[in-house]
Design a protein around this ligand. Structure first.
Ligand SMILES: NC(=O)c1ccc[n+]([C@@H]2O[C@H](COP(=O)([O-])OP(=O)(O)OC[C@H]3O[C@@H](n4cnc5c(N)ncnc54)[C@H](O)[C@@H]3O)[C@@H](O)[C@H]2O)c1
Length: 247
């Protein structure tokens, strides 16, 4: 018996890193999954891990920043799995640079994937959840959306936007039984952070009271709580998962 038995969850950016850990964690608790990423073949390993747990995994190629892709992906997921009870907006990118040198293209790309992608999926799946009179949306934000960061004004703005979007969606959909919450991870060991220099990593580590970087599983465990009925009276909330770096 899992806490998500009988539930259907759609996860974006599920091919690796935090998205993959979320997929395996929700599947372990009984959910069947719709997995979305830019290319279907990238999702093969995640889908195999989910199926090895005895759950269904359907894969969809979706660029989260393209409205037509999102609409088609969500329709196909509902056709395949029947409903959507949980939406995890996890797909995200960085294109770091200092303000004075940041190109308009790098600004647009990060806002389009991180913020617009979360809007497009929330809109498409939110409609389905409203009709179902129930659902849980979990958006992956970042502590950078709360505190800002030199060299990441595009990323910080996108994640602050995700937090404001989450709270607005929570207020709009609460009456229809749909909850929306955000998780704000700190420094998590994934491909997104492995590109950082040893110097930056050490500076980060020095700022983490718990003295270690986070793992994708640390984030997935909090997503599980917010996706499950264990948090049935929690909406519009932002949970930081940062080892105390932001509190
Ligand atoms: N790693 C960290 O320290 C950290 C910290 C805070 C927040 N986050 C957030 O967590 C989420 C996952 O990050 P991660 O560290 O696992 O990164 P990652 O780069 O390992 O994974 C990101 C996933 O999103 C997918 N993706 C990217 N653009 C997409 C698009 N346009 N359409 C569909 N899928 C797309 C990628 O293919 C990949 O599977 C992101 O939203 C990120 O901003 C990460």
């Amino acid at each position: 018996m899992g806490v998500l038995d009988g539930k259907i969850a759609l996860i974006t950016g599920a091919s690796r890193g935090i998205g993959r850990a979320i997929a395996e964690t929700l599947a372990r608790e009984g959910a069947d999954l719709a997995l979305c990423d830019l290319q279907i073949d990238w999702l093969a390993d995640t889908a195999a891990a989910v199926r090895a747990l005895g759950r269904r995994a359907e894969c969809f190629a979706v660029n989260v920043s393209q409205a037509a892709d999102v609409e088609a992906g969500v329709n196909a997921a509902v056709q395949a799995l029947g409903r959507i009870d949980i939406l995890v907006n996890n797909a995200g990118i960085t294109k770091d640079g200092f303000l004075a040198r940041m190109s308009e293209a790098d600004w647009d790309a990060v806002i389009d994937v991180n913020l617009k992608g979360t809007f497009l999926f929330s809109k498409a799946v939110g409609k389905i959840m409203m009709r179902q009179r129930g659902g849980a949306i979990v958006n992956i934000a970042s502590i950078i959306g709360l505190i800002g960061n030199a060299g990441q004004c595009n990323y910080a703005a996108s994640k602050a936007g995700v937090i404001a979007l989450t709270k607005s969606v929570a207020k709009e959909l609460a009456g229809r039984g749909v909850r929306a919450n955000a998780v704000a991870p700190g420094f998590i060991e994934t491909r997104m952070t492995e590109v950082l220099s040893a110097e930056v990593r050490q500076k980060m580590l020095d700022a983490i009271p718990m003295g270690r970087f986070g793992t994708p599983q640390d984030v997935a465990d909090v997503v599980l709580f917010l996706a499950s009925d264990a948090s049935s009276y929690v909406t519009g909330h932002v949970v930081t998962v940062s080892g105390g770096m932001v509190m």
